[in-house]
Design a protein around this ligand. Structure first.
Ligand SMILES: Nc1nc2c(c(=O)[nH]1)N[C@H]1C(S)=C(S)[C@@H](COP(=O)(O)O)O[C@H]1N2
Ligand SMILES: [Mo]
Length: 255
């Protein structure tokens, strides 16, 4: 007997109505997220929303509550960069550190920690998944990357955001990572300076690390010194867009 495939429209209707039901039941984590609020605010356009819109790159990663926090957010990879410049900056609590933003931008910029803290902040409780087989839930506070980019004004040719870090890996190469503009402008992509309500510890990437919540742990660059806007990676290290990518890990480590 031939069965009808599950209807896309049926899926949509139930997905949208469960989002609505969550809204009515006051699920804070979900309704506080900009994406869901935007989605639900588009009432008159609901019939145009496709399944793609719900599963697309713009979908939000799951957010959790304080009760879900891991007792200890472990450190992985570098836990304290040996670089003397980094050590000097750390010794004075990063007051002399500044994030450089350059490459394909209209305004090359520098942001001190105080400046980043004075910009719009976002807090999110999310699960970090490392390919080495562990996960942890942490509460991150930081400035949306979109705010920093808006100030620097990427040129129309900018396609990727590269994070240059302070630490060298065992082979002597600097850690770096990159994402595309979709991820860079995603509302949950933040430059975090706090973990669990306290200044970001050195072992978790002080003074600044990125959170890209729909991707795997190795994309979440710690110890960020510089953000470079580029149209390709070929001029950087192994040319594949990240330290681990240069060892053949996936560049798009997301869902
Ligand atoms: N600069 C830098 N960023 C990094 C790493 C690193 O070694 N150096 N390790 C990555 C990996 S594999 C993971 S799982 C997370 C670990 O973050 P955590 O130390 O806060 O647990 O950071 C990622 N970002
Ligand atoms: Mo990882």
């Amino acid at each position: 007997m031939k069965r009808n495939p599950p209807s896309r429209r049926g899926f949509l209707v139930s997905a949208l109505s469960s989002a609505g039901a969550l809204l009515l039941s006051g699920c804070d984590a979900l309704t506080n997220s900009d994406g869901v609020r935007k989605l639900l605010g588009l009432g008159e356009r609901l019939n145009q929303v496709s399944q793609h819109a719900l599963t697309s790159r713009k979908a939000m990663a799951q957010e959790f509550t304080e009760a879900d926090l891991s007792p200890d957010f472990r450190s992985n990879g570098t836990s304290n960069p040996g670089d003397p410049v980094y050590q000097a900056l750390a010794s004075t609590g990063f007051v002399d550190w500044a994030l450089r933003v350059d490459g394909l931008v209209k305004h090359e910029s520098r942001f001190t920690l105080a400046q980043l803290r004075s910009m719009r902040a976002r807090t999110q409780i999310t699960r970090h998944d490392c390919v080495e087989g562990w996960s942890a839930i942490g509460k991150w506070t930081g400035v949306p990357l979109s705010e920093v980019l808006a100030a620097a004004e990427p040129k129309p040719t900018a396609r990727f955001v590269v994070f240059h870090c302070a630490d060298r890996m065992d082979d002597g190469d600097l850690y770096y990572e990159s994402i595309d503009m979709d991820d860079a402008l995603h509302p949950q992509t933040i430059l975090a300076y706090e973990l669990n309500g306290r200044p970001l510890p050195i072992r978790n990437g002080a003074p600044l690390r990125v959170r890209i919540e729909r991707q795997l742990g190795y994309k979440m660059a710690k110890y960020i010194m510089r953000i470079e806007l580029v149209d390709s990676f070929t001029h950087i290290a192994g040319g594949k867009g990240g330290y681990w990518e240069d060892q053949d890990y996936e560049w798009y480590a997301g869902i």
